[in-house]
Design a protein around this ligand. Sequence first.
Ligand SMILES: Nc1ncnc2c1ncn2[C@H]1C[C@H](O)[C@@H](COP(=O)(O)OP(=O)(O)OP(=O)(O)O)O1
Ligand SMILES: [Mg+2]
Length: 190
Amino acid sequence: MSPQQLQKLVFVTGNKNKLLEVQDILKGTVDLVSHSLDLPELQGTPEDIAAEKCKIAANMLQGPCITEDTCLCYNALNGLPGPYIKWFMQSIGHEGLNKLLAGYEDKSAYALCTFALSKGPGHEPIVFDGRTPGTIVPARGPTHFGWDAVFKPDGFNETYAEMDKDIKNTISHRYRALEKLKTYLATQQE
Ligand SMILES: Nc1ncnc2c1ncn2[C@H]1C[C@H](O)[C@@H](COP(=O)(O)OP(=O)(O)OP(=O)(O)O)O1
Ligand SMILES: [Mg+2]
């Protein structure tokens, strides 16, 4: 596809690292414009949170946009901390995220990414999710990106933080959700 044909999308997020990853994954397929806003997030299912966040962003921008919400879900805790991972991470850190599972044999978890796309104010957002299963481990690797250091995806020995970015970006929850978004965008262009 030539650069002129690239579809333009506005990604609203307050998180620089997320933006970098999404730019990397969509490179060559979508012309991504970023808009930094810290959007309010309701409580509820990951889908509801992502959709509502996108509605608010579309209203604020008065135009089409995408937003993303990330969850880290422990199987032993029926999916919690889930969408509240940001606050857990800020309050109890990597060690606390491990200690939460101290009373459980099952250390398995999944990373869940939910993108929402709104065609503009008044349009119901469309939601795309991606999941990567893994295990919660004591922190390993650089610690600058959230909980990446405590999540070891299944089939790998490294944590997300230790992995080569090029590999992470082909197996991550974010990559998987963006594949669905890309497929949807391609059908819109036919
Ligand atoms: N790939 C990732 N690996 C590790 N941590 C992540 C990843 N993506 C996001 N995080 C962190 C950042 C946040 O602490 C939390 C997700 O909360 P979330 O509300 O989705 O992000 P955010 O508030 O930083 O940005 P946004 O403005 O898009 O909502 O998980
Ligand atoms: Mg947020």
